[in-house]
Design a protein around this ligand. Sequence first.
Ligand code: PLP
Length: 393
Amino acid sequence: MSHDNSDECFQESLETILTHTGRNPVEQFGFVNTPVYRGSTVLFKTLADLQAQSQPFLYGRAGNPTTQGVEEIITRLEGAYRTRLVPSGLSAITVALLSCVSAGDEILMTDSAYDPSRKFADGFLTRMGVSVRYFNPRIGEGIGELISPKTKVILAESPGSLTFEIQDIPALSRVAKPAGIKMIVDNSWASPLYCQPLKLGADIVVHAGTKMFVGHSDAFAGTISANEQCWEHIEKTRAALGFFTSGDDAFLVARGLRTLAIRMKEHQERALEIARWLETQPEVESVFHPALPSHSDHALWQRDFTGSGSLFSVLLKPAPRASVAAFVDHMKLFSMGYSWGGYESLCLPIKPSRTVVPWDRPGNLFRLHVGFEGVEDLKADLEAAIIRYGRAR
Ligand SMILES: *Cc1c(COP(=O)(O)O)cnc(C)c1O
């Protein structure tokens, strides 16, 4: 169980890792869960201990048993060398990017990236002398034409936020690896249960732990996992920036992770059922869900993923703003708000911000997160919204 690695040869399933890794009841007076460790100061007994710096914990900002337990779980799920818990998904992306670049370098970022990642690159990184270029999420090996000696890192997010393009991670990696370019993948949608980017050739994997890991819309967290080669820079960057996750938040992540596999399974089934049903409804132009055969990257998804997430988007036929308001303002179960990954369903009107492949599909786009309400109730909620949308047109 847990901390000791003597059973390394025993191939555990992902579900068993989720339930047993990162906790050691023997060290916690028999209590099942690692409790919330709160603490800044960690004490040393002797001058020799202080000088040796070999205690498992030296100062609270570098982690505690609660944060370490979570890191162990993600490391094993992703097949990584190590993982760090950071305060948010966005900080996982910013620390990962900063760990790869210096002034004068260039990053390549998918045009479908999570919008705050773009803002960080366009604003902060540019100000620090790092340039950014965006690439078509479907570029594959064509990325070779964009790289220059200054290119140090590629940021992929698969599927892309809002529009759900699947990126060909193995193809990107075939170009990046020989050129010494690192590849970061935001794997928040699939979770490590349904995709393991390090095995597909990525170097660093980030998660918005706020979403599926926490799973209850009540805490922020991010994780950065990487191979051994990238690890030192990541940990140095995190430490230099002073990022730290509290034991309280780490406890909520650990608690969420214990049920991740069954939650993902339920989210997957419900989201797919709703997505398939939406494809047959009036007013619906397209449904963007990689597990649907109608999705342009369905074959890539089938090749690289073993399941699908809770989140997808739906494009409704062109209609004025009043129709969008009529759709979202009177929903009874789907609520409107940022984030996703909780037990409750969400529906958000969205506008992709693109620079390389402009989003030119006519109509109104909505992102749905399908939670754990009754599926028939959710369909009824959407059906009524679609009728309101059509009437307001
Ligand atoms: C939400 C999200 C993030 C950022 O996570 P926060 O915890 O909100 O900072 C990063 N990537 C993706 C794909 C997300 O959906």
